[in-house]
Design a binder for this molecule. Structure first.
Ligand code: ADP
Ligand code: TRP
Length: 321
């Protein structure tokens, strides 16, 4: 089984990225041969600062390695280090119906949030399809917001296969339903583009402040809160604390008598402890950036071998060999 996922270097990684994608992806490393990459080409649809992209790319590499990506077992690389994917993206674009892209929620969502669209943002799912197909991936672990892009990938692959003969493996998404959508500080989906994130490796004081500022309702501590399971702090606590701690806080809110301040304090403490080992690993890695660069370079060499073979197959299929 080949596993593949990517993440954009468009800002500091947050709890949504970690629980929705990174942790499930890292766990899958045990079950097959895994390809993980930093989607720097994709980040160009929303980030226009070259220095920032360079820095974010290193930060994502550090975050992923610190969280347990094993570069010996898995292939870890920069998307742009294997530019063959852009050529494949063109081949795919010619069999992608406009309507398929027009229906993409993530595109429509970004427009709704005031992002002015460019062609790259519109065509983004085709590049993502190329990412997945060029590595012959079977399983794509992602958060729920990316599920539709994997559906697009399947449609495009099928269309190419029907048009030019069997060329691509048809992939499927793998979504961890329990953490399919991690809520942000305002209760919407946590996302870099909504400014509602709690970072994985946030600075201590700033993150405590963010957590203590989580928006709650105005009910007094004494009041019972039967809807406690929907409380953002409870939902986040359940991710970073042992199961019994999460349910205990939920029960106490339901019963009445627990203040939101105490709940948030507990959330911060558990968050801080949960990521302590990864934080220490990240500091070690950050002091050895040459090692990180080597990991990415070796990863791109391994990835390029697979990508070149697939691209050759696709070119031959459509008669441009
Ligand atoms: P963002 O929305 O912050 O820009 P990305 O789109 O870069 O995040 O997402 C990277 C990965 O993390 C994707 O697989 C995505 O599904 C997952 N992910 C992002 N936010 C969340 C969330 N709030 N809950 C669950 N998964 C998420
Ligand atoms: N579009 C994904 C995101 O924003 C990142 C990504 C690019 C990706 N190519 C991919 C994810 C291929 C999985 C497979 O999160």
């Amino acid at each position: 089984m080949r596993i593949l996922s990517g993440i954009q270097p468009s800002g500091a990684l947050h709890l949504g990225n970690y629980f929705g994608m990174m942790r499930p992806a890292i766990e899958l490393q045990e079950q097959g041969d895994a390809y993980f990459f930093i989607a720097d080409y994709h980040s160009m649809t929303s980030l226009y600062d070259a220095a920032q992209r360079r820095q974010n790319t290193i930060d994502v590499a550090l975050d992923f390695l610190a969280c347990g990506l094993d570069p010996v077992r898995s292939v870890f690389f920069r998307q742009s280090a294997v530019p063959e994917v852009v050529e494949l993206s063109w081949l795919l674009t010619t069999v992608t119906p406009m309507g398929l892209l027009e229906r993409c929620h993530s595109y429509k969502d970004k427009l709704a949030h005031g992002i002015s669209p460019n062609h790259g943002l519109f065509a983004y799912p085709v590049l993502m399809a190329a990412d997945i197909l060029i590595y012959d991936a079977n399983v794509v672990p992602v958060g729920r917001d990316q599920k539709q892009h994997v559906e697009v990938t399947r449609d495009v692959a099928q269309k190419f296969n029907q048009t030019y003969g069997e060329t691509f493996v048809i992939p499927e998404s793998r979504i961890r339903e329990s953490v399919a959508v991690v809520p942000g500080t305002d209760g919407q989906k946590m996302s870099k583009s909504y400014g509602n994130t709690i970072e994985i490796f946030g600075e201590e004081k700033a993150t405590r402040k963010k957590i203590m500022a989580l928006v709650m309702d105005s009910r007094t501590p004494a009041e019972p809160k039967p809807d406690a399971d929907k409380n953002i702090a409870v939902q986040l606590l359940k991710l970073v604390a042992p199961a019994e701690v999460g349910t205990d806080f939920e029960e106490r809110l339901k019963a009445g008598g627990l203040g939101y301040g105490d709940l948030k304090k507990a959330l911060f403490e558990h968050y801080w402890t949960y990521f302590a080992p990864a934080r220490a690993r990240r500091a070690e890695l950050a002091a050895n950036l040459d090692h990180v660069e080597n990991v990415l370079r070796e990863g791109s060499e391994r990835a390029a071998l697979v990508a070149r073979a697939t691209l050759k197959r696709a070119r031959r299929a459509c008669g441009i060999d």
